[in-house]
Design a protein around this ligand. Structure first.
Ligand code: PLP
Length: 390
């Protein structure tokens, strides 16, 4: 029997991928499956971005690039950051990553070890906790509560910080809840962190442009007092419908940049060269497709919330960001994961049970509205009929 380091006994998964596999399997047997499980835009990548990648290939960009990414792309990220946050960052602190996920992988790997504590949102993206456990650090959940509109509370988060806290992971707009944390909560946390200068912050801002009803996205970059210990995670996957391209960017403090550069050299050498040229086209090119996507998401959001609130025993807060709704199903009498698997097996509707996002996810399911209005309506009809059957 081959043995590995003990971290592999603790590493977790992202159940959305297992649900996707099962949904695909059921569909291959002829079942009509509607997927409200997976977190990826259902639109194609805009044509001008695809063309930029094709052109890059034709122009001969077939080789390695610098490990941290090509300079024009890092400069484009810096320009976009200035545009969206009002904060100037040097392209020298931007590292292009093979997907958004890899930034959390790198940051948690850098900060986690036995004896250290890492805070992360619960419910939250499942890979945070999985990677924290992998490193042997202690995972400390920051509660994300329905009664706070699924924003985290600055005060509650601060109460969990101590001398052992190495990394604090924040995510707004949030997966799986669609919550957007207001500036005052971030300010409370940031002010309190002055007492803990060694705690690094990882802000996952991958849904930054995805807010509704005029809700403001607050970037952690806008708080100068923590800039020297702030890592930003962002990327192309959600905004430009590029999940399969594996393109992300990260912004690092000077003190950590060498670490991520070396990790890149050791692990992935560089990100796919033509994809990096596509990344420039995405940032610098026309943004109408992004606006159209957001208008479609907004219509679907209203549809999902309206229909979910009509379901027996279900209440659904209106999400302010991302493309997820997180209805409370407690009064249906179902356990969330059982409901999710019954909906898939019996009704052909894929959703994700809240506990896949953390202990505080019990009593909720996640509905991704990255699907057509027609499919959403049909899925909600099926859920309604299923719940009526008891
Ligand atoms: N961060 C959050 C909060 C996400 O929801 C996701 C994807 O679902 C990611 C990061 C990872 O993005 P990528 O597909 O670019 O790795």
């Amino acid at each position: 029997m081959v043995t590995t380091i003990s971290g592999f006994d603790r590493i977790g998964e992202e159940n959305a991928f297992a649900v996707l596999a099962r949904a695909t399997e059921l569909a291959s047997t002829g079942m009509d499956v509607i997927n409200l499980g997976i977190g990826q835009p259902d639109f194609p990548t805009p044509e001008h971005i695809v063309e930029a990648a094709v052109k890059a290939l034709r122009d001969g960009h077939h080789g390695y690039t610098p490990a941290t990414g090509i300079l024009p792309l890092r400069e484009a990220v810096a320009r976009r950051t200035l545009d969206t946050t009002g904060v100037e960052v040097s392209p020298e602190r931007v590292c292009i990553m093979p997907g958004g996920k890899v930034t959390m992988f790198a940051a948690i790997l850098m900060m986690g070890e036995p004896g250290a504590e890492i805070m992360y949102p619960d419910p939250g993206f499942p890979i945070y906790r999985s990677m924290i456990e992998f490193t042997g650090a202690k995972p400390v959940p920051i509660p994300v509560r329905e009664e706070n509109g699924f924003a985290f509370s600055g005060e509650e988060a601060l109460a969990l910080v101590n001398e052992k806290t190495r990394l604090i992971i924040l995510n707004s707009p949030a997966n799986p809840t669609g919550g957007v944390t207001p500036r005052r909560e971030v300010q409370t946390l940031v002010d309190g962190l002055e007492k803990y200068p060694d705690a690094v912050i990882l802000s996952d801002e991958i849904y930054d442009v995805m807010t509704y009803d005029g809700e403001e996205h607050v970037s952690l970059l806008q708080f100068p007092s923590i800039r020297d210990r702030l890592i930003i995670l962002n990327g192309w996957s959600k905004t430009w419908a590029m999940t399969g391209w594996r393109m992300g960017w990260s912004i690092w403090p000077d003190s950590l940049f060498e670490n991520v550069r070396k990790l890149a050299v050791n692990a992935w050498s560089c990100v796919n060269a033509p994809a990096q040229y596509a990344g420039i086209a995405a940032i610098d090119g026309p943004q109408d497709a992004v606006a159209d996507t957001m208008a479609a998401f907004d219509r679907r959001r209203q549809l999902v919330v309206e229909r979910a609130n009509q379901l027996e025993g279900v209440t659904c807060a209106t999400p302010k960001g991302a493309f997820y709704a997180f209805p409370n199903i407690e009064k249906t009498g179902w356990k969330a994961k059982e409901l999710a698997s019954s909906l898939l097996e019996n009704e052909g509707v894929a959703v994700i049970g809240g506990p896949d996002f953390g202990i505080l996810g019990e009593g909720f399911i996640r509905l991704s509205y990255a699907n057509s209005e027609q499919n959403i309506s049909t899925a909600m009809d099926r859920i309604e009929a299923f719940l009526k059957k008891g």
